[in-house]
Design a protein around this ligand. Structure first.
Ligand code: ZN
Length: 69
């Protein structure tokens, strides 16, 4: 798993303009100017990664996670 800090989330990532986990490349993309929000945002995307890797990519868990924020 990789974490990429970038100025802008690439346009082909449509789920968010702040941060996203891209399962195909196992990469978390996150903007580098989020300040303190970097921490909860990174934890959120790490949880997506964890669900993908260890919990069978359970769709319901992904959805639960995304309704929380
Ligand atoms: Zn999410």
């Amino acid at each position: 798993m990789k974490i990429k800090f970038v100025n802008e989330i690439p346009q082909w990532i449509i789920s968010s303009d702040v941060a996203a986990y891209h399962p195909h490349t196992k990469t978390i993309w996150i903007r580098n100017n989020l300040g303190w929000r970097t921490i909860p945002t990174l934890l959120h995307e790490l949880t997506h990664w964890f669900i993908h890797k260890f919990l069978g990519n359970n769709e319901k868990l992904h959805n639960k996670l995304d309704r929380k924020i």
